[in-house]
Write a protein that binds this ligand. Structure first.
Ligand SMILES: Cc1ncc(COP(=O)(O)O)c(C=O)c1O
Length: 398
């Protein structure tokens, strides 16, 4: 009799490093310069943080008392509701649940919605962590395509074909990482109709939604936030990691909306899941109003960096032949189209070894074809400019 492994099959990951990670490690160890166009950790990209305000927000005397509140302290939820009011959406704080980051919010939702083996449909290319977030909850992610034709759109004919007996939810990122497209008003209507027709939940990840490029509303009007979506049971996920450029504080939330009876039931069930962990610390919850307010000084800095890097990239692209940039409406990333003469991963390794430039190969994000690289628009301007110059010069030798 073969003995069963001591470990659960869901943890049978391939843990060997891929060629790119290996090359990056080798490069870092060599001590050579690195123009890192994957840099997207805002705390290391040279932005000015109000250190006094951030640190003093974590020292509230009220945090000396333990007041377990499964959905999060009312004062913290009120601050999140105030954020939504400021962007034009009236959100009831009772429908908000605070989590330690958006990643935990995903695990709560997968537990709420899915039996083991159930499916969540997700628009691809997308955020690579989704595979792990789903599989550790025994949920299957089924990708449907975003298609590119002067901007990205949801392929609804493919999406409809993916809906089956095991489907529980549709997940979209608004704007998407890394393609930078928001869900348009017309797409939102179709998503709502599909969810209502097939009794599916709509999960909308809005972590990047405050990062919109000017002029991005053409040709299609874009949906602002789904936090007041009424036509389908909807869960909006967001948090401070992108909104206030504070990934280290680990604060996210779920905002539930949709048909009244379903929302009430959903929130009550999420509350039990949250009560089981009570994972947010008191100092963190008391700090939420002050940390949310940090967005007002951080977002303008990030937006200015994104716009400046994008302008620079476009100027350089205009002077050469073989590279182009795909259109984007927001977020922190840009997708480059490059000659598909080799695997993207090989090209990324080559760029590291020969040009000291780090970029992400498209397949990291689930691009099914070769010929795509992803760069972060948060990289410091001097690195970005020189990195893009070397990258474009290199691909033009192909
Ligand atoms: C689309 C998307 N959702 C969620 C997250 C993670 O957010 P958090 O830090 O709140 O877990 C990221 C991080 O990059 C992301 O790109």
């Amino acid at each position: 009799m073969t003995r069963r492994s001591i470990f659960a099959a869901r943890t049978n990951w391939t843990l060997e490093e891929n060629a790119y990670t290996h090359a990056l490690q080798r490069h870092r160890q060599s001590g050579r310069e690195l123009l890192d166009l994957t840099a997207s950790n805002p705390t290391t990209c040279g932005f000015r943080y109000d250190e006094t305000a951030i640190l003093s927000s974590l020292q509230s005397a009220a945090a000396l008392r333990y007041d377990p509140q499964p959905k999060g302290l009312p004062s913290a939820r009120a601050a999140v509701a105030e954020y939504y009011r400021a962007i034009g959406a009236n959100v009831d704080p009772e429908r908000l649940t605070l989590t330690t980051g958006t990643s935990e919010a995903y695990s709560f939702l997968f537990r709420l919605l899915c039996e083991p083996g159930d499916e969540v449909l997700v628009a691809y290319p997308s955020y690579p962590l989704f595979d792990f977030l789903a599989s550790i909850q025994d949920v299957k992610l089924r990708p449907f395509s975003l298609v590119y034709d002067h901007g990205w759109q949801i392929d609804f004919s493919e999406l409809e074909k993916c809906i089956g007996a095991w489907t529980r939810a549709i997940l979209v990122v608004h704007p998407n990482n890394p393609t930078g497209n928001f869900v348009s008003v017309a797409e939102a209507e179709k998503l709502n109709a599909l969810c209502a027709q097939h009794s599916l939940a709509l999960v909308v990840d809005e972590v990047f939604s405050d990062y919109r490029l000017p002029g991005c509303e053409t040709p299609q009007p874009l949906h602002s936030t789904f936090a007041r979506n009424s036509a389908a049971l909807t869960f909006v996920l967001s948090g401070l990691s992108k909104m206030s450029a504070l990934p280290q504080v680990k604060l996210g939330w779920i905002a539930a909306s949709g048909p009244e009876n379903l929302v009430r039931d959903a929130v009550a069930r999420i509350e039990v899941i949250a009560d089981t962990y009570l994972s947010l610390s008191a100092p963190m919850q008391h700090a939420v109003p002050a940390l949310l307010a940090q967005r007002k000084t951080l977002q303008p800095q990030l937006i200015s960096r994104i716009e400046s890097n994008l302008r620079n990239l476009d100027t350089q692209i205009a002077k050469q032949k073989l590279g182009s940039r795909l259109e984007l409406q927001g977020g922190w990333y840009a997708v480059l189209r490059v000659p598909a003469v080799q695997a993207d991963e090989d090209l990324a390794v080559e760029l590291l070894d020969r040009c000291s430039v780090a970029v992400h190969p498209g397949h990291f994000y689930g691009f099914s074809d070769e010929g795509f690289l992803v760069v972060s628009l948060l990289a410091p301007v001097i690195h970005f400019e020189e990195g893009a110059r070397r990258l474009l010069a290199h691909i033009n030798t192909k």
